[in-house]
Design a protein around this ligand. Sequence first.
Ligand code: GRG
Length: 295
Amino acid sequence: MTSLHLSEVHRIRLEQVLSEALPLQEIGTSKLHEAMRYSALAGGKRIRPSLVYASGQALNIPIQALDRIAVAIECIHAYSLVHDDLPAMDDDDLRRGLPTAHKAFGEATAILSGDALQAYAFDWLSEPIEGIKAEHQLKLIKVLSAASGSRGMVGGQAIDLASVGISLTEKQLEVMHAHKTGALINASVMMPSYCNDSVTDEQRTALNSYADAIGLAFQVQDDILDIESDTETLGKQQGSDLAANKPTYPSILGMAGAKQKLESLHDEALTALSGFGSEADLLRNIARFIVKRIK
Ligand code: GRG
């Protein structure tokens, strides 16, 4: 059974745990903590935490472990958005309909709040988790740090910055996105699988294929939505000019080709889950949400 919504129960749970986890005002650092809370608690689709809870449900992982993983990943995601919005990167004024962190708190505090969110993700993830062995927890820290760093998300951002004004092949575009957005999406699906010894290699391989397919689908749909909203705002010609000026799936494959790719990635994600029963329905639901979402 699938629907076009992420689990409301998990979103509410995540936001409660995240709010309790993040530091409150403390002497000397209250502005920094306010900026961290501002960016992490400002809403957003919460796709990555939804994936953590859905993957955990498919594998029957204790909810306390999923809370830890979901909050840590969302802190990394929030930090990446704060830094991505900075004048040295995308120089954006708005994020999720609100002033970006550097507009609201100044550039120096925004940079520090991103740094601190990143560090806090690992601080929070290294607290003992009831029912989870220390060796498994170490693996979680390893997977999240690898997905976040130069061989993951930050590496993807570096490839993206280096490709400005250069035309990329479809393969090069895929490599960039697999790092920039795919790595954290992959970690969201895979981290629950490292919480106990009963998860099999077959299950991990299946989840990894699912994660890679939806990670790429997320980006293809993001590109399609960008072009469609540019076209709506700026008119057809300017919208397609924008598409031609930056490497995106619609600019490389055409809009019809990009939509076809999206459908085949959706099929790939569902096929990867064929060994699971109804316990993986939330994962199927998220795959559908990713390819059908309208923002
Ligand atoms: C600057 C360290 C650093 C990393 C930047 C992931 C990333 C790397 C930047 C994000 C910038 C961006 C807009 C990427 C395009 C796709 C994307 C990740 C969008 C934002 O993710 P959503 O749609 O955001 O899940 P919400 O607001 O729903 O949480």
